[in-house]
Design a protein around this ligand. Structure first.
Ligand code: NAD
Ligand code: AKB
Length: 315
């Protein structure tokens, strides 16, 4: 058994970039027998020997309810969503999955009194914010994905204040990781570039060389998630989404850093429609409140993140 005997956890969207890493971390911390992974996809393409898996579409509220009720779930990590680039291809579907899925989790939390982690994103910000996004900067997103994240933050505040639901969220920056490919976001270039570099292939980057966005290595994001969920409820002044401190580098700076470690790697910059979404987001985020209220600090910088990405992908 893990360190907290009474946690009974369900993860939605568990086969995604964050889900597969959070699943490992939660199993280690609380015991595999206390964690159920779910996703709309079949789990055949992953090694699921260590955890229980349920196929679950988050729009199917009845099935979600039976999994939660029958397994005495008292904590849901709600990761199922469409991200920015996929969301802009089908904005209506993005709204439906991101909002109706969240609403289903919130309504069940009202009934069964479980805690929720529901991530937000730097996509809540729009071009009016400028270079550094503060916790209370205006939220005027330019993408449907960002709109769903702002609405999700408001729903979190509402269900917390009106119904006492213990929901917590983080405004994750672009997450860089090597276990699972990212699932259709604008920040995906910062992961794809490593795959190409390690495979000794050239990379065609879909944002321009000056594009600077808030980023973070996955281990820091998982650490932030666990730390936030461990924080005493009364210490939290934010429910929808805490800003996090983030790395920030341009696409060209990332390329040069990788080239220091893999000489000869070539990258060209050929911006596509995703440039517009990237341009609407800030360069960096101010995570002071997350430090003050629950003690979060980054461990990885650009250099150590590049080292671990290259070493891990080279295996
Ligand atoms: P992902 O695309 O890698 O994974 C999402 C998962 O949700 C996929 O496995 C997909 O199959 C599943 N899914 C889609 N529709 C579903 C449905 N109807 N029912 C059940 N499952 C469904 O995304 P991710 O990067 O792991 O993101 C998880 C959460 O974190 C999302 O809310 C996302 O907005 C947020 N986030 C991610 C990042 C990042 O850089 N990865 C940054 C900011 C916020
Ligand atoms: C995306 O690019 O859509 C995500 C995010 C920052 O929310 N990685």
């Amino acid at each position: 058994m893990g360190e907290s005997g009474n946690r009974r956890i369900l993860i939605t969207g568990a086969l995604g970039q964050i889900g597969m890493e959070l699943l490992d971390a939660l199993q280690t911390k609380f015991g595999a027998e206390n964690v159920i992974a779910s996703d709309i996809r079949e789990s055949e393409d992953v090694d699921n020997s260590g955890f229980r898996y349920e196929k679950l579409d988050v729009l199917d509220s009845e099935r979600m309810e039976s999994i939660i009720r029958d397994n005495n779930i008292n904590e849901v990590y709600h990761l199922a969503a469409l991200l920015s680039a996929t969301g802009e291809k089908n904005p209506q579907l993005c709204w439906t999955i991101n909002m109706d899925g969240l609403m289903n989790v919130l309504e069940l939390a009202r009934k069964y009194k479980f805690r929720i982690f529901a991530p937000s994103s730097i996509a809540v910000f729009g071009a009016d914010v400028g270079k550094i996004a503060k916790q209370d900067s205006p939220l005027n997103p330019a993408t449907m994905y960002g709109i769903t994240k702002v609405a999700g933050e408001l729903m979190a505040d509402y269900y917390h204040s009106a119904h006492g639901v213990d929901i917590r969220g983080l405004r994750y920056p672009g997450l860089i990781s090597w276990k699972v490919m990212p699932g259709g976001g604008t920040t995906d270039y910062a992961v794809e570039i490593f795959y190409k570099a390690v495979a000794s292939e050239n990379y065609s980057c879909f944002v321009n060389r000056q594009t600077r966005l808030p980023m973070m290595y996955m281990d820091d994001a998982i650490k932030a998630t666990l730390q936030l969920m461990d924080a005493p409820s009364e210490s939290l002044s934010v429910r929808g989404g805490y800003n996090l401190p983030s790395l920030n580098f341009t696409a060209e700076e990332l390329y040069h850093k990788i080239r220091e470690k893999i000489p000869g790697f070539e990258c060209e910059f050929v911006p596509d429609h995703r440039q517009e979404y990237a341009d609407s987001w800030p360069d960096e985020t101010d995570g002071t409140l997350a430090k003050q209220e629950w003690g979060f600090n980054l461990e990885y910088d650009l250099d150590s993140m590049c080292d671990v990405m290259i070493q891990s992908l080279s295996k």
